[in-house]
Design a protein around this ligand. Structure first.
Ligand code: MV4
Length: 457
């Protein structure tokens, strides 16, 4: 047992849904008591039931509950919790929140404000990575001030280019332009949109790379200066920047590429003295060249894929390193066993352009068997509220190789019964039967092409 962790007794979870349950599990294993916070819409939720204590912090709207810093700090004070786990989304990448915790002597399970800020501003992140020697996409050195500046950079690197908002990320606030005429039309608009969406008009430019795969490396740092990596996840199966399927290892990845990209991701983490779980996102082109695009300073939705192929518990490790423990993970290249695939099951109707489908879960019959993990907060009779993201469950399947994982995934999806709300299950099941998906030749354009075949089916 880890003595340092045993010295602390109570952790508050500033989140809801499946990730709140995932954090409760980690705490049970570490012998830490948990406090759940919940909104009125979540009064009958499992996270409020399974935590040792729970407190209602406000009405349905996220801004008056899970995003309200004052209410969450008040819940910490009332319950005497010593730490906060923010999960993903909500306050997880809010530098001010991390700093408020630090100043209030509450352990924030995540990086400090400086580390969050270093990566939150995408142009700064890009410049920092360039200085460290991490490969970035050809483009501007830092911000682009005006159209004249933009034109000169674009003609140097060649069209098409992308204009990206520095305060954006995850696909928000970006535009592709094919030539100088389009650049002239779009530049000021992109700046103005960035200003109105993010309150910051800063933009930068990158060469547009097509036919890419989205490959991200999981890293972990501790407060003793150590940073290691846990291999990659391929997240190319996305629709409108919403990931649908993630897997590890990435199809087409060689151990030499993993070693190189892993080294690069560690350099990125060390360059900002990173502590905690982080993800370094790369674009990978068909020749295998890779470029840093963003870093996420939180535990990600798809972390179980890495847990399954490494056999490690990332949430327990987050808690340990936040309390100053040294990383307990083995050093050196990670040992990857078999193949894991995560299917995100959302309360959405794929036949209606993925329209959200809240309501009552009348039947909940989950799949099981070898190589099946299900992270979910559902139960029969659960009311899916319309106020939050539509993730209902994460089905993580594994096998000794990709083929076995796909077959298990297909059968698990087909035997998974959720009635009362529409879900993405049938759509995901059809993807597991697709030739392009099965051969692993999937890039970020896959879902759109698949949709065209799917609607005509
Ligand atoms: C790009 C790109 C092509 N070239 N940057 C989208 C999300 C954000 N993390 C970065 N994104 C992209 N940046 C350059 N210079 C294409 C995308 C992109 C994408 C990236 C990852 C996964 C899916 C994507 C879907 C569309 C566009």
């Amino acid at each position: 047992m880890i003595w340092g962790v045993l010295l602390f007794k109570k952790l508050l979870i500033a989140n809801r849904g499946e990730i709140a349950l995932r954090i409760i599990r980690a705490c049970k294993e570490l012998g830490i008591k948990t406090v759940a916070v919940y909104s009125e819409a979540d009064k009958d939720s499992l996270h409020a039931r399974f935590a040792d204590e729970s407190i209602c912090i406000g009405p349905n709207s996220p801004s008056e509950s899970y995003l309200d810093v004052a209410r969450i700090i008040a819940a910490v004070e009332i319950t005497g919790a010593e730490a906060i786990h923010p999960g993903y989304g909500f306050l997880a990448e809010n530098a001010d929140f991390s700093e408020i915790c630090e100043r209030s002597k509450i352990v924030f399970i995540g990086p400090n404000a400086d580390q969050i800020e270093a990566m939150g501003d995408k142009a700064t992140a890009r410049e920092t990575m360039q200085q460290i020697g991490v490969p970035t996409v050809p483009g501007s050195d830092g911000l682009v001030a005006d159209l004249k500046d933009a034109k000169s950079i674009a003609s140097e690197i060649g069209y098409p280019v992308m204009i990206k908002a520095s305060a954006g990320g995850g696909g928000k606030g970006m535009r592709v332009v094919q030539n100088e005429e389009e650049l002239s039309k779009s530049f000021d608009t992109t700046q103005a949109e960035a200003k109105s969406t993010f309150g910051n008009s800063d933009v930068y430019i990158e060469k547009y790379i097509s036919e890419i795969r989205h490959v991200e490396i999981q890293i972990f740092g501790d407060s003793h200066g150590k940073v290691l990596h846990l291999g990659e996840r391929d997240c190319s199966t996305q629709r409108r920047h919403q990931k649908l399927i993630e897997e590890s290892p990435a199809p087409g990845m060689t151990s030499e590429m993993r070693r190189q990209m892993g080294e690069t991701a560690i350099m990125a983490g060390q360059g900002i003295d990173y502590v905690g779980a982080g993800t370094v996102e790369f674009l990978v082109d068909p020749e295998g060249n890779y470029y840093f695009i963003e870093m996420n300073t939180r535990i990600q939705v798809e972390h179980p894929v890495t847990e399954v192929v490494t056999g490690l518990d990332l949430v327990k490790e987050q808690i340990r390193v936040a309390f100053g423990e040294a990383l307990s993970f083995p050093s050196g290249e990670p040992s990857i066993q078999g193949h894991a695939i995560e299917f995100r099951i959302n309360a959405e109707d794929p036949a209606q352009n993925f329209m959200p489908s809240p309501g009552c879960v009348e039947t909940f019959q989950p799949p099981g068997g070898p190589g099946i993990r299900l992270d979910t907060h559902l139960y029969t009779g659960y009311q899916v509220p319309p106020y939050y993201d539509s993730l209902l469950a994460k089905l993580i399947v594994s096998g000794s190789n990709r083929e076995e994982a796909i077959v298990r995934g297909r059968h698990a999806l087909d035997s998974f019964v959720i009635e009362g709300v529409k879900t993405s299950i049938p759509f995901l099941s059809d993807i597991t039967r697709d030739d392009d998906f099965m051969t692993g030749g999937v890039d970020t354009g896959f879902v759109e092409k698949f949709m065209q075949r799917w609607v005509k089916r």
